[in-house]
Write a protein that binds this ligand. Structure first.
Ligand code: FMN
Length: 173
């Protein structure tokens, strides 16, 4: 199966590529599946409804069997760039599973929980385990991602849940 690791932030100087690369490095220990970085920034998405839909984005979302969202907390919510990306496709998301990896000064938990409710409307089922990284303890100077070794166990739990549910969803698509 093919999974997309979706980078939610498009901010100049963002740390999300480091977090995505870390998740991808752990996922690479499962060579039976593919895990690719999907960077919203590369798609230059218009603000939903202001221009014709971006077919490259819709095709990419359709081509994947499941998703891992890299979610950062901004003002107690998830980034507008990610909301726009979720809104910009529709049926392409349906009947798939997703894992959520979050970060922020409190682990990004509020942003992660908000994303679950939005994804439910797009028929994406989110798995229980949410690896949550803290800006104070998992980053140097809030910019250099240095997660403790113990964090990989949660990432693997999330990947176990995601691959299991994704197999099940494939049977109904
Ligand atoms: C405008 C702004 C608001 C923020 N609000 C929160 C917040 O409410 N909670 C939190 O945990 N972190 C907050 N942060 C910290 C971000 O989570 C942190 O900067 C993180 O690195 C953003 O992800 P990115 O670098 O991938 O864009 C905020 C950052 C900015 C710039």
């Amino acid at each position: 199966m093919k999974f997309g690791i979706i980078l939610g932030s498009t901010r100049e100087g963002r740390v999300s590529p480091q977090v995505g690369a870390y998740i991808q490095s752990i996922a690479a220990q499962r060579p039976e599946h593919e895990f690719e970085i999907v960077d919203i920034k590369d798609f230059d998405l218009p603000f939903m409804g202001t221009a014709a839909p971006n077919t490259a984005w819709n095709d990419k979302i359709a081509s994947l069997d499941g998703y891992i969202f890299i979610v950062q907390e901004y003002n107690h919510g998830f980034a507008a760039s990610l909301k726009n990306a979720v809104d910009s496709a529709r049926e392409e998301w349906f009947d798939k599973a997703a894992g959520i990896v979050s970060y922020g000064s409190g682990g990004g938990i509020r942003a992660a929980e908000q994303l679950r409710t939005v994804l439910a409307e797009q028929k994406v089922a989110t798995v229980r385990t949410n690896p949550a990284f803290n800006l104070f303890t998992d980053f140097e100077n809030f910019t250099d991602f240095q997660p403790g070794d113990h964090m990989s166990a949660g990432v693997n739990d999330m990947l176990d849940e995601l691959t299991l549910w994704s197999k099940a969803f494939a049977t109904i698509r």
